[in-house]
Design a protein around this ligand. Structure first.
Ligand SMILES: Cc1cc2nc3c(=O)[nH]c(=O)nc-3n(C[C@H](O)[C@H](O)[C@H](O)COP(=O)(O)OP(=O)(O)OC[C@H]3O[C@@H](n4cnc5c(N)ncnc54)[C@H](O)[C@@H]3O)c2cc1C
Length: 429
């Protein structure tokens, strides 16, 4: 949720839009409890919050599940039976069944038109890892249905959400510390006694909850007496989802009108398994316009996202922020140019409107968030592996709990639900 400033603009790292914030929606009561509904949320275009450009056509997604299905029926009238089943799926609450079902296989079992599968999946391209072999239907539906119900943007930088949460923690008597990197969790008698930070400060507590990636957390207790090798191996070697290439374009004043929707552009490759690999070819992009710095209805910043695997950056893995080799910078530039080229099919004026650009890769996310291989969404969930579809919040260390996207679900909606799950596990301790 962090945002940062470059020059005059705010850049958001991982908050572009949210789903399910309408009254009665999946996030509404949770955000109400957290005091977050008072923030300036702006609903995205009701008739087209996702605009999808494929080589075969242009498709708009309206908000509301029934309206959405009706729109898809207009584009694909011959797929009525499949779309009716898809409608039931979006409203389905049988989570156990969905956890054990492969998303790609399921979509193909109800829908026979491959273009429709592309259209139904395209917005998920930058919201989850669309991996044919493993993605559980549960993850697909959770990352799709709430956004179709209603989609929202924050009218401001992501930091206002962070600041709002900070205020509440302080009001409840909590204290917050920034720039404290924990490098060791000190364990004695099967419990964590203290968290020791790199700057030498030490924090004692009865209960420790770690939001860092589980593998990162386990590295902080290498000498644990209670964590068995088998548990550590499972948590450390578990595969992670691919990362993301993000491109922030600062654009000239009055050049590009603000658009209150996401624009997806796909090429001839499927949106499934389309992460950029070692060949550095961009296969599909999401274009988003943050509301934070809109002036007189015109954008000051345009974000472009595309999935990127670790293989794309592996050869520079020994480099660190501010000390990247030229080859890495050239790769970033080439990927950025391809993204801009793809976006030009929708915004022909984009290239000449760019003032400057900033980009990040899985290496950036690895170095700033301490997430293995710069994964965008943490552990890769696999419909065939129930142990890893929902990871326990409890650890062999009795007062150490886990939370965050790797446990159950990712995205702001996912981590909020995961926090509740951790809280429940704490009660069981
Ligand atoms: C490019 C991109 C765009 C996205 N867009 C959206 C979106 O539009 N909407 C949406 O809902 N979701 C979006 N997401 C997903 C969402 O950002 C994540 O699912 C969510 O932020 C994960 O939260 P988390 O708390 O699990 O992990 P993180 O946000 O990664 O938090 C973990 C924190 O732990 C800290 N940490 C790690 N190790 C240590 C240590 N040793 N000591 C102290 N601190 C430590 C890290 O610095 C980090 O701040 C996006 C993700 C990406 C990558």
């Amino acid at each position: 949720m962090q945002s940062y400033r470059r020059g005059n603009i705010n850049l958001d790292t991982g908050l572009h839009y949210l789903g399910g914030l309408e009254k009665g929606g999946i996030l509404y009561s949770r955000f109400l409890n957290l005091g977050l509904t008072t923030l300036p949320w702006k609903r995205m275009d009701l008739d087209a919050f996702e605009e999808i450009h494929t080589p075969k056509g242009l498709y708009n997604w309206p908000q509301g599940i029934d309206r959405f299905i009706n729109a898809m029926l207009q584009y694909f009238p011959h797929q009525r039976e499949g779309l009716e089943k898809y409608c039931q799926l979006l409203k389905c609450t049988d989570e156990e069944w969905m956890q054990k079902t492969n998303a790609w296989d399921y979509l193909n079992s109800i829908i026979t038109d491959s273009e429709l599968i592309e259209v139904l999946s395209a917005p998920a391209m930058c919201k989850m890892e669309l991996r044919r072999q493993s993605l559980p239907l549960f993850t697909f539906v959770h990352g799709t249905a709430a956004f179709i119900e209603s989609s929202w943007r924050l009218d401001g930088a992501g930091n206002i959400l962070v600041e709002c949460l900070m205020r509440q923690i302080k009001q409840l008597g909590g204290q917050l510390y920034a720039n404290k990197e924990v490098y060791k969790l000190f364990e004695a008698d099967g419990k964590i006694i203290s968290a020791i930070c790199k700057d030498g400060t030490e924090f004692d507590a009865d209960i420790f909850i770690s939001d860092a990636h589980p593998a990162t957390t386990l590295h902080l207790i290498e000498d644990s007496k209670v964590i068995k090798k088998i548990f550590r191996r499972r948590m450390v070697t578990q595969e992670n989802t691919a990362g993301m290439f993000t491109l922030h374009l600062q654009v000239k004043p009055n050049a590009i009108k603000y658009f209150n929707r996401n624009i997806l552009v796909t090429g001839t490759n499927s949106v499934w398994d389309n992460a950029i690999d070692e060949n550095h070819v961009v296969k599909g992009i999401m274009i988003s316009c943050p509301l934070a710095d809109v002036i007189n209805g015109y954008a000051t910043c345009i974000d472009i996202l595309t999935p990127m695997s670790w293989d794309a950056v592996k050869k520079w893995e020994d480099s660190r922020v501010f000390h990247r080799p030229d080859g890495y910078k050239e790769m970033k530039d080439s990927v950025a140019r391809q993204c801009i080229g793809m976006a030009a099919s929708v915004f022909p004026e984009l290239e000449e409107s760019i003032e400057c650009m900033y980009s990040s890769t899985p290496l950036t996310y690895r170095d700033y968030n301490a997430i293995p291989r710069g994964s965008a969404f943490g552990y890769r969930k696999d419909y065939q592996n129930p142990l890893m579809t929902i990871v326990s919040a409890r650890t062999p260390v009795r007062n150490l709990l886990l939370t965050g996207q790797s446990l159950m679900l990712h995205g702001l909606h996912g981590v909020t639900m995961t926090a509740e799950y951790t809280l429940k596990s704490m009660g069981e301790n």
